[in-house]
Every structure is written in structure tokens, then in C-alpha cells.
Design a protein around this ligand. Structure first.
Ligand SMILES: Cc1ncc(COP(=O)(O)O)c(C=O)c1O
Length: 376
């Protein structure tokens, strides 16, 4: 525990609270938490399910069958991937716990786990280090579109975490890259853990594939958090190789008792909105909002002199601030604008900051104006 740094967002939250207590009007681009509401049909279904006393009881810790079937059917429609809902799907309390618990199931003390740098901190910390294993970090560089050089990864690791569309960089993966990564995992007998909570949050005609389209020896993590603005409900899933799913289920039966039934039972309504590969209107509406915000923010930041890429996925902008990102973040916070220092995602994030597009356009414009004042 002593080796694990404090969770980055807990630290940011604390600083933001302090600023707010000082009376500062804070515009928060820190945590990746959608500001848009959960679509009404999903909320209505949850309310309906809540009225059924059977849904007040313990759920199955590996997922209600209706929910598992809904995930399997969604994979068939959305990705063309057939899954057995009893053996190849597990329902999670949000994907975060699954990403950590999969390591508990398969990693022994001292094992190496390949983790990208920069990355969502759970892979290296909540998963690897809490298993007394070693994170073997590999770099993601802006110049390579934040896709790692698969051939240069050490071959003696037990597990590999990959995440596309990527937090914090906004990068997306090409089919060629994913195919190569799957083959490398099969050749080196490395467990592929593919983290895909932003699979539906993509722009400019980019459609994110599932890693399972390139092979079945993998576990893929997904979530309703970002797709349907449901971060607070804590509902996600893991799918893939039956042995990996069985291991994860075994851990979960020992630790948690499953996501509330009334939330699991709304999964068929949410995922059922997808009639095929194309995004349904309720998801498209949110993506349109993020896309418009992205365009305003990227344009504004470029005007301020930053070299910002137009991300094809996620609601994050990740850019080089040309110096210490900690100093930059503090300066921004003094101006009432919260950004996340890239060093919190790993050594290769140093010099960068991440901004989450979770504020309305007017607030983005206001933030850009505040930034302009302190930067010139
Ligand atoms: C890359 C990545 N993976 C997983 C998660 C966890 O999401 P949840 O637990 O809400 O499904 C997040 C949340 O921000 C994320 O950015």
C-alpha cells in the first residue's frame, strides 16, 4: 500500500473543493464524468424495476441472466461477435472493479503485468500492485498516435492491458494494430485485457471495433458509464474467453454480491436501443454534443498556441503544455479552470495535461477566455 500513490482524482477533487470553499467559480475539466443525464427510457425502466420487490433482493454476483443475454445480443449486433451468455459474459459493478479483479484471478506476486504509460491508473496500481506484482510499463508516444510498438514488449509478462479509444490521450486503434496485438498475445501466451469503455464515444465516422473481432483469447471490459451517462449506477461487463471469465467470476463471488438487480434489469432496454452496428439516436445525441464541444475546445486551445490533436475517440483532450504540467495545472486552478496533470497517468504523461469535455460550450468558451488572460 505504501508504494501506491494516492488515486489521482481523489487528489484533484480535494484541491477543487478547497478552491470552491474559497468562493472561486471553478470550471471543472478534471474527472471524466459525463454532465449529460441518463436517457429517459433507461431511467424509466430502472424506476419500473425498482417497484418489483424481487429486485430488492441479492442479485447473482456474476450477473442476472437477462443482463448477460442483453450483453451477448448487443455484441452480436454491434460487433458481429457471438458470445455464450452463461460462459463468456460477466456483469460488473462498473468496469473498474473488473479491471482490478481480473488480476486477482490470474496474477501471482512477482508476476510482470504490461501496462501502458500514460494510462488509466487502475492497471498498474489497483490491479498489478495490489497483487504484489510488477507493472512493466511501456510507452505511448504522441508521434506514434499513442499506439505502442508491440514487437518491443517484453515477452515474459503474464498479462497485457490495452485501452482504446484511449484515456487519457483520446487515441483510437487501427484494426491492423489490434490484429497484431492479439497475435502477439497468442504467440507469447500473454493474457490480453482490453479496456473499451469508450467504444461508443467516437467521432468523424470512426467506429471502434471489439478486440474479440480479432481473436477470442482475450477478455474485454465495457461499461454503460460513458455510453449512456451512467457513471453513478456502477454497471459494466466483461466478455471473452470462458476460462478468463470463469476466473473473474470466481473472484467476484468471494468479494461482491453483484450490481443491484433493478439496474441490471435495465440493461436490455439500454443495449436494446442498438438495432445493428449503428449508434442509436440516444447515444448519437450525446456524441454530437461532445463533438461540438471538442471542436470549440480544440480550436480555442490551438489559438492559444497549443499543439492539440483532434481526438477521434473519448471526451478527452491531451496536449503538451511545453513545460511543467503541475505548474500549468496550478496556474489554471488559480484562474478557476481544472485540468488534470498528465504525470498522474505515468511518466510519459509528464509535460501534458488532460481536459475532459464535460462542460457546456458556454463554459468552455469562458474557460478559454480565463486561460487566455493568464497565459498572455
Ligand atoms: C480507461 C477507463 N477504463 C475504465 C474506466 C472505468 O469506468 P467504469 O468503472 O465507470 O465502468 C474508466 C473511467 O473513467 C476509464 O477511463
Amino acid at each position: 500500500m505504501k508504494n501506491i500513490p494516492p488515486y489521482i482524482f481523489a487528489q484533484i477533487e480535494e484541491r477543487v473543493e478547497r478552491k470552491k470553499a474559497e468562493g472561486v467559480d471553478v470550471i471543472d475539466f478534471g474527472v471524466g464524468d459525463p454532465d449529460l443525464p441518463t436517457p429517459k427510457p433507461i431511467v424509466d425502466e430502472i424506476k419500473k424495476q425498482l417497484d418489483d420487490p424481487d429486485n430488492h433482493r441479492y442479485p447473482s454476483s456474476t450477473g442476472e441472466r437477462d443482463a448477460r443475454v442483453a450483453v451477448a445480443e448487443w455484441y452480436a449486433r454491434r460487433f458481429g461477435v457471438e458470445l455464450n451468455p452463461d460462459r463468456e459474459v460477466v456483469i460488473l459493478l462498473g468496469s473498474k472493479e473488473g479491471l482490478a479483479n481480473i488480476a486477482r484471478a490470474f496474477i501471482n506476486p512477482g508476476d510482470k503485468v504490461l501496462c501502458p504509460d500514460p494510462a488509466y491508473p487502475v492497471y498498474a496500481q489497483g490491479a498489478t500492485m495490489l497483487c504484489d506484482a510488477q507493472p512493466a510499463k511501456f510507452p505511448l508516444y504522441a508521434g506514434d498516435d499513442f499506439l505502442p510498438d508491440i514487437d518491443s514488449l517484453p515477452q515474459d509478462a503474464k498479462m497485457l492491458y490495452l485501452n482504446y479509444p484511449n484515456n487519457p490521450t483520446g487515441a483510437v486503434a487501427t484494426p491492423g494494430f489490434l490484429k497484431k496485438a492479439m497475435k502477439w498475445c497468442a504467440d507469447t501466451k500473454t493474457i490480453m485485457c482490453y479496456d473499451a469503455p469508450y467504444s461508443e464515444m467516437t467521432f468523424d465516422d470512426y467506429v471502434a471495433p471489439s478486440i474479440l473481432e480479432f481473436g477470442r483469447q482475450a477478455v474485454e471490459f465495457g461499461s454503460l458509464s460513458k455510453t449512456f451517462n451512467m457513471t453513478g449506477y456502477r454497471i459494466g461487463y466483461a466478455v471473452g474467453d470462458a476460462n478468463l471469465i470463469t476466473g473473474l467470476k470466481k473472484i467476484k463471488t468471494q468479494i461482491d454480491s453483484g450490481a443491484p438487480k433493478f439496474i441490471q434489469k435495465a440493461m436490455p432496454v439500454a443495449l436494446g436501443e442498438y438495432k445493428g452496428r449503428k449508434r442509436p439516436q440516444m447515444v448519437q445525441d450525446c456524441v454530437d454534443v461532445y463533438e461540438a464541444r471538442r471542436n470549440v475546445m480544440v480550436k480555442g486551445l490551438r489559438k492559444l498556441g497549443f499543439d492539440v490533436k483532434m481526438p477521434k475517440g473519448t471526451f478527452y483532450l491531451f496536449f503538451d503544455v511545453g513545460g511543467s504540467e503541475a505548474e500549468f495545472s496550478n496556474k489554471m486552478l488559480d484562474a478557476g479552470v481544472v485540468v488534470t496533470p498528465g504525470g498522474g497517468y505515468g511518466k510519459n504523461g509528464e509535460g501534458f495535461v488532460r481536459m475532459a469535455l464535460t462542460q457546456p460550450k458556454e463554459r468552455i468558451e469562458e474557460a478559454l477566455e480565463r486561460m487566455r488572460k493568464v497565459l498572455v
